[in-house]
Design a protein around this ligand. Sequence first.
Ligand code: ADP
Length: 232
Amino acid sequence: MSTIVDQYRITQEPYYRPVADEVELYEAAYSVRMPMMLKGPTGCGKTRFVEYMAYKLGKPLITVACNEDMTASDLVGRFLLSASGTEWQDGPLAIAARHGAICYLDEVVEARQDTTVVIHPLTDNRRVLPLEKKGELVHAHPDFQIVISYNPGYQSLMKDLKQSTKQRFGALDFTWPDPAVEAEIVAHEAGIDPALAARLVEIGARARNLKGHGLDEGVSTRMLIHAGRLMA
Ligand code: ADP
């Protein structure tokens, strides 16, 4: 039987090069459906990792890129006008909770704080999502898991996750891979030869040392891959 979440299944194995024991840690976290926070700078592989894990675990993945205009309704759902009146439409979080997907909220701090609190009841042992406007309490499907990404470097004091939100998540730290591993990733993703990738990675490492001296954020793996693709 096909369900609405089938479109979110990842059918081809994403290329992911593990950098430490993150795959095993994530599997352990998923086995108890622990909400997870992937911490680290932009472009270091968090999204690719969660895609790979969803594939490996055989679960659909619903990704939401959070932004400051996002409201709770964008996550939870809303009533829409239809020919016959109004009709409820589940938002991505409700779809994931109802049908058992992994819901990945990318850069969750970008969303307004009232948006982040709607995830709270899903992150403790209640595992429920109240659809207040509809008057329904969704009990999360056994396969449902919530994952957020978080870039600690970015946050100002004004805009950070509340402690009450942070403490609900198990955290996995992502940083730049070792040069040899990063070169392997860049060579694979950009389609360039390993020696060239190693040189790019070396330049990247030097530029990262300039962080805080005129550069807000170091060169990411993603940027090195872009450079490599242009070279190819
Ligand atoms: P983030 O979500 O942390 O901003 P991404 O997951 O989008 O970053 O990573 C950017 C790109 O870097 C990916 O599209 C992928 O090509 C590459 N990448 C980074 N780390 C890895 C890794 N460990 N294995 C495979 N590809 C990686």
